[in-house]
Design a protein around this ligand. Structure first.
Ligand code: HBI
Ligand code: FE
Length: 287
């Protein structure tokens, strides 16, 4: 199931960040809202339990080991939509991250600012039973089931905060679209090699019934070894299964890559090379 998020491949913003639109009514200046967990309905909890059971069965042997470990240490297999206050006690103790409730997609600069402060924005709503396989915006199942378990993994926790910080720095240089791509091809749609087999770690796949199959089993998409410059140059589509996946061996590898001190210069230098479509050559196929 593809999460149909409306996150377009943002064109490079004009120099200097575009002012964020104002937060929706009831939201704070940082777009956070109360979770109002006690207002969730039995149907909401049923949707969570239904999606959770289906993905758990499907992801057995398909997701990276650290994902299952995260589900376990955060007790996410308990029934119903997680209560963020309870979840945060465990998550915060492990890696200092906090899940904050938001009403839906938040502007890129707001989103990356939260990440830079180890706050993960998660939808305070869940899709309806009629939407099990189709979603306009990231809901609590995509955000918490898809993203949060790996935030219990120190290297991922550090990588996500680094992406936030680098995103804010890129914003002022008109390079935010490159961080959005790096986020998209790792955190959202990344694959990893574990004991010689391809496994899923990207939240957009982990939370998607259809793409959990497609990303590993279809002959259509390209699967290439992770290449930072290639990822920073490659556009992405938000309205269909991905046409290209990038494969890492260790989370620590991508963390080291982005902690390099010439990351800004690398991004700026890529402007002269132009963007690439996901399947465009040169693409070094993953072994
Ligand atoms: N907002 N709530 C929310 N969740 C996201 O995953 C999100 C967002 N805003 C922007 C954004 N993601 C993109 O910048 C990244 O997907 C690249
Ligand atoms: Fe996401």
């Amino acid at each position: 199931m593809q999460t149909q998020t409306k996150i377009e491949d943002a064109p490079a913003p004009k120099h200097g960040a575009l002012a964020s639109p104002v937060p929706p009514p009831g939201a704070d200046a940082d777009w956070t809202v109360p979770q109002h967990w006690d207002e969730l309905t039995a149907e909401d909890h049923w949707v969570w339990d239904t999606l959770f059971a289906r993905q758990q069965t499907l992801l057995h042997g398909r997701a990276v080991e650290a994902f299952q470990q995260g589900l376990d240490v955060l007790h996410l297999s308990r029934p119903g939509v997680p209560n963020f206050d309870e979840l945060n006690q465990k998550l915060n103790a492990r890696t200092g991250w906090t899940v904050v409730a938001v009403p839906g997609l938040v502007p890129d600069d707001v989103f990356f600012r939260h990440l830079s402060n180890r706050r993960f924005p998660a939808g305070n709503f869940i899709r309806s039973p009629k939407q099990l396989d189709y979603l306009e915006e990231p809901d609590v199942f995509h955000d918490v089931f898809g993203h949060v378990p790996l935030l219990a993994q120190p290297a991922v926790a550090d990588f996500m905060q680094a992406l936030g910080r680098l995103g804010l720095e890129a914003l002022d240089r008109g390079q935010l679209h490159r961080l959005a791509r790096l986020y998209w091809y790792t955190v959202e749609f990344g694959l990893a090699r574990e004991e010689g087999a391809l496994k899923i770690y990207g939240a957009g796949i982990l939370s998607s019934f259809g793409e959990s199959h497609y990303s590993l089993e279809s002959a259509k998409p390209h699967r290439a070894d992770f290449d930072l410059q290639r990822v920073l140059r490659t556009r992405y589509r938000t309205d269909t299964f991905q046409q290209a996946y990038f494969v890492i061996d260790r989370f620590e590898d991508v963390l080291d890559l982005v902690l390099r001190d010439d990351f800004a210069a690398l991004c700026d230098g890529l402007d002269a090379l132009g963007d690439l479509e996901p399947g465009e050559e040169p693409l070094r196929a993953a072994a």
